[in-house]
Design a protein around this ligand. Sequence first.
Ligand SMILES: [Zn+2]
Length: 327
Amino acid sequence: MRLRYHADAEVLRHHGIVRAVPADRDPYQLLDVPRDASSDQIKAAYRKKALENHPDRNPGDAAAEERFKRISEAYATLRDPEKRAWVDRGGAASGRPAPDFRTVDWQDVFREAEVHVRFPEGTPRTGNAVFDALFGAMTGMLRTQGVLPGEDRSVDLTIDLKTARVGGAATVRISGTAVCAVCRGTRLEEDGRPCPSCDGRGFRKGSQVEVAVPPKVRDGVTLRLRGLGGPGRPPGDALVRVRVQLPPGVRRVGDELHVDLPVTPLEGRDGTSTRVLGHEVRVPPGTADGSTLRIPGGGLAGGDLRATVKHRVWRGFGRRLRDMMRP
Ligand SMILES: [Zn+2]
């Protein structure tokens, strides 16, 4: 049995789908019905067992959850004439091509048997690759059909220092299937025609969202785009984690930015003024090597900018040259 699971896990790894009902799980035995049972008998047997083992009735009971999955799979197999015929001819042992579980409409399966399915904690996990994939696909299907709540989607966004300070627009691409950002899941354009971005489905892969980055944003902050995550009812949120790309030589300490400011020894003695990260900084006369100038609000999110004055002949000249060429 363990070996067969391994084999199935291999199939999953290569195809990402469930291809076959393992032959050792006879759906008739699982549902406790005779092999010539009518579809009504099968449905009644499934409904009874499904209600007994329902996740809502057995919270936290992994064994019941596993039984629920197995009997649901057995029922989904036997209610489909093509899949039932495959089982009757010997299933996987017959060597015939297996029915494809991607075509199972689980919402239909449960609705038909009047079994209400809701997994409040998301996809149940069992450690069994086949069933996890099967039910992962199922919950994905239920989500897109609005039966389950949608999942949040995380996305990273790197912005430059200027955008971090004054805000601005940035585009993020949400990976996986997410609510269409153009119609926001309404499926329609403003004039009532189907949304061309998602072909009127309300969700799509690789949805692009223009994010308004607020001014004075913190490095590592998460912006929540409500309702733009995975499809479902309610839809999930897109969580945009903002990273601030700092220019070379700039260090971040909390919300403060630290930078070295090279001046020539003469500038240190007589004083000068220059620009540091877009801020006008006055170096007073008699500023010693290693002293720190504080520029309030020159950091991130209202933090300070700290410039450590370094008396360096050549780097100081280099800085002064850049200052003189500045428009
Ligand atoms: Zn759309």
